[in-house]
Write a protein that binds this ligand. Structure first.
Ligand code: NAD
Length: 430
């Protein structure tokens, strides 16, 4: 079993740390946020992720998962150091590498013997060399280290399962011994391993997210065309997805993609292409369509309100997708802000994302349950497809509303059933 340090205890770091501790390794997670580390030591989760609390508690109780703010405590004994800090977008779309730089500087002076540093954060192509350079500059002269890229593909909401059962493991590096050592860490994980050079591994992550985002924007464009011709995009997607060459995933029309990864990574890839004097037409269109999708939905809502300034809408779901409290780049934020700007009052409910949403949108009335959110509403907007909303008592909803209009931003309801209950139903591309 190995000694592992994980730098950054966000979605990726905490789940990676707990996952490797679960495989029997000795893991220390490091973060610069004192408060976060104090809470983690007390068994409190910094965010909502199904199964994470149990996994963290179990591995911490077994003494295999510890938390610290001190690099000096975590790094000297580590055989492997995972860098999992955030790489947010800067103004022009370029990935902001300041946290990676700072983490590399902080860990370097504590390096002792042979250590493998693993870039797990999503980092621009060429970052393996960037991290190596910084570490070489700040490490003791006799420090022996190698950098391996091991991008993460977990999905928030199913992250614990995704790290246990990944579709594939990608390892990139110029030092074959280091790449092999990281491959051994994953020995008991049943997944194909793609071994390649640093830059190709980094590119695989960006290309994968760009592909998934492209499928979403593609089906959203098809949805807009369906609306023009009275076709139903849900059936179109099913008919397409049954083709083995196409497959069914990521063909759900709706209000577009959000979250901390797709928008940021597509922008970063477009920026990298532009740096090489290429014109990333497809990537730019994927982003444009995605922004349009939020505006189109907002226009549909406003078109249903006789007098927006005197209207109230109920919103179900705020997180960028179900089973997470992550509000980063959530389509709900653009939609709700635009409605508030038009004078619409917004009552909202989300099972877990309301604390995070409140900080971003203080002018919304946050409600205790879905029925409270629709009280006196002129329209109900379904923005995140939580199961709770699929199972809601829609008769009770209709009775609570002033006007029973349902704008289904995720196409989760059966139009006929909803209309039979007396609602006016508006979906996406249907
Ligand atoms: P996050 O914002 O949830 O967490 C990042 C953590 O790093 C924070 O706790 C922060 O305090 C800590 N940190 C920042 N600078 C630090 C430093 N110098 N030393 C120690 N800790 C530091 O981020 P995340 O969502 O976990 O994403 C991390 C990376 O993984 C990003 O590059 C992201 O693109 C990538 N990724 C994320 C997901 C996802 O679903 N969230 C999936 C795959 C890949």
């Amino acid at each position: 079993m190995s000694s592992i340090a994980v730098i950054g205890t966000g979605y990726v770091g905490l789940i990676t740390g707990a996952g490797f501790a679960d495989l029997g390794n000795d893991v220390v997670c490091v973060d610069i946020l004192e408060e976060k580390i104090a809470k983690l030591r007390a068994g409190e989760m910094p965010f909502f992720e199904p199964g994470l609390e149990e996994l963290t508690r179990r591995t911490a109780d077994a003494g295999r998962l510890r938390f610290t703010t001190a690099y000096a405590e975590a790094i000297p004994a580590a055989d492997f150091i995972f860098i999992t800090v955030d790489t947010p977008p800067s103004g022009n779309g370029k990935a902001d590498m300041s946290r990676v730089e700072s983490a590399s500087r902080s860990l370097a002076p504590h390096l002792r013997e042979r250590t493998v540093i693993i870039n797990k954060s999503t980092m621009p192509i060429g970052s393996g060399d960037f991290v190596s350079q910084i570490i070489r500059e700040y490490a003791p002269p006799d420090a022996d280290f190698a950098v391996v890229s091991n991008p993460e593909f977990l999905r928030e909401g199913s992250a614990v399962r995704d790290v246990r059962e990944p579709d594939r493991i990608v390892l990139g590096g110029d030092d074959p011994v280091a790449v092999e050592a990281v491959a051994e860490l994953y020995e008991t994980v049943n997944a194909p391993i793609v071994k390649t050079d640093l830059r190709t591994a980094e590119m695989i992550k960006y290309a994968s997210n760009a592909m998934l985002a492209t499928r979403i924007s593609f089906i959203n464009e098809i949805a807009a065309i369906c609306e023009g011709f009275d076709a139903d995009v849900r059936v179109v997607a099913r008919g397409m997805g049954l083709d083995a060459r196409i497959g069914p995933n990521f063909l759900e029309a709706g209000i577009g993609f959000g979250g901390s990864c797709f928008p940021k990574d597509v922008k970063a890839l477009a920026f990298m292409a532009a740096e090489k004097h290429l014109h990333p037409q497809l990537l730019n269109s994927v982003l444009d369509i995605n922004q349009d999708q939020r505006r189109r939905f907002t226009r549909k809502v406003l078109a249903r309100l006789a007098e927006p300034g005197a209207s109230t809408v109920g919103v179900w779901g705020l997180a960028f997708k179900q089973d997470t409290d992550d509000m980063r780049e959530s389509p709900s934020v653009d939609i709700i802000r635009a409605l508030l700007d038009s004078g619409v009052r917004v009552r909202a409910y989300d099972p877990v994302a309301m604390p995070a949403a409140r900080a971003l949108m203080p002018d919304v009335t946050y409600c205790d349950d879905p029925y409270d959110a629709v009280c006196g509403a002129d329209a109900l907007l379904l923005l995140t497809p939580w199961n709770e909303f699929r199972q809601a008592n829609m008769e009770r909803v209709r009775e609570a509303m002033r006007h029973p209009v349902l704008l289904d931003g995720r196409n989760i309801y059966d139009r006929r059933e909803i209309e039979a209950l007396g609602f006016t139903y508006v979906g996406v591309g249907r």
